[in-house]
Design a protein around this ligand. Sequence first.
Ligand SMILES: [Zn+2]
Length: 86
Amino acid sequence: METTKQCSKCKAHKPREEFYVDLSRRTGLTASCKVCNDAARNERRHRVALARAVAKAQNRAANPVAREVAGLAGALREALAARGVQ
Ligand SMILES: [Zn+2]
């Protein structure tokens, strides 16, 4: 058995311990390394949080009393974009 495995994301050859166990896969390990897996998970979490914040802000923006919240959503989007979150 090979002692290293190539990550499908960053293409680095890493020791098998650097991959999470995934018994649904032929190799028994995830295709991407732990670092790439964690990064993808964090990104998904940020996307979901951002989508929720924007939807909430848009709902409030529909109410003229709280229209400034739409501006906050834009600021939030910019702040996340500045941190590299789309
Ligand atoms: Zn990787």
